[in-house]
Design a protein around this ligand. Structure first.
Ligand code: GLP
Length: 254
């Protein structure tokens, strides 16, 4: 894993956006895997700026989002479809029909999950997957204990994730209990991953993911088995890493 430690969130976001922009320039019909949450918000803001100011072109880009809450309609303000439209798609020239987010209201989830995987395959696979990390070490909504070979599936959220995400809802009881998420196996098949984490709340999860054993107890640790993952951290999120000085040394000399 290539680790880039930035002084703050904005610098972290800019460094990560550079990687996405380079891909989109070199492969205009790139397939992006996208994530929601506060971690990639700055990266999305930077992509919007590059689109407006430098003409970064998304007209041929296709995208697949990692996950969606089960039970929320696309127009629900806390749905991940809504999040993506408001925080990225509406401000880029990406074609809406080229953007995919798992359904929050599928009648037959087994079928929907299979079709989602199939669509990713038909698109030629995901070139670059953007990832955040949950405080329990999850990627997408792959909670502790999820098989590292899992594919797109419906999962039950942990109490911790529900509590973490309650800040976006009026009350904790409004947070959906289930979600549809790409599996860890789906993520491991993407050609490149970028994992973003900032702030004190992510110190433990990042230490476990990067330096702990590969275990389903921290599904982000599976990225140690991914051949091309770049990790973008701010100082705080990086502060619990045992080899912090070494990573900084590598960063200066690569
Ligand atoms: C949710 C999402 C994850 C995201 C995580 C962290 O649980 N399903 O994809 O990485 O939250 O969110 P944040 O970036 O807001 O800390």
């Amino acid at each position: 894993m290539e680790i880039t430690i930035s002084p703050n969130y904005d610098e972290m976001s800019k460094a990560a956006a550079q990687v996405v922009a380079e891909l989109v320039k070199s492969k205009p019909n790139a397939v992006l895997g996208l994530a929601t949450g506060s971690s990639p918000l700055g990266l999305y803001g930077e992509l919007i700026r590059m689109h407006r100011e430098d003409g970064l072109d998304f007209s041929k880009v296709r995208s697949f989002n990692l996950d969606e809450y089960v039970g929320l309609r696309p127009e629900h303000e806390q749905s991940y479809r809504y999040f993506m439209e408001k925080n990225l798609f509406d401000d880029l020239n990406i074609k809406k029909e080229n953007t995919r987010v798992p359904s929050g209201t599928a009648e037959d989830y087994a079928k929907h999950c299979e079709e989602y995987e199939q669509e990713i395959r038909q698109a030629g696979g995901i070139d670059l997957q953007v990832l955040g990390i949950g405080s329990d070490g999850h990627i997408g909504f792959n909670e502790p204990g999820t098989s590292l070979a899992s594919r797109t599936h419906v999962t039950v959220l942990t109490q911790q994730t529900i509590a973490d995400n309650a800040r976006f809802f009026e009350k904790k009881e409004d947070v959906p209990i289930r979600a549809c998420t790409m599996g860890v196996g789906t993520v491991l098949e993407t050609r490149k991953c970028i994992l973003l984490a900032s702030g004190k709340g992510k110190v433990k999860a990042i230490a476990q993911a990067l330096e702990g054993p590969v275990t389903s107890m921290c599904t982000a640790s599976a990225l140690q088995l991914h051949p091309d993952t770049s990790v973008f951290l701010d100082q705080e999120a990086a502060s619990g890493l045992k080899l912090l000085d070494y990573y900084k040394w590598v960063q200066q000399n690569r």
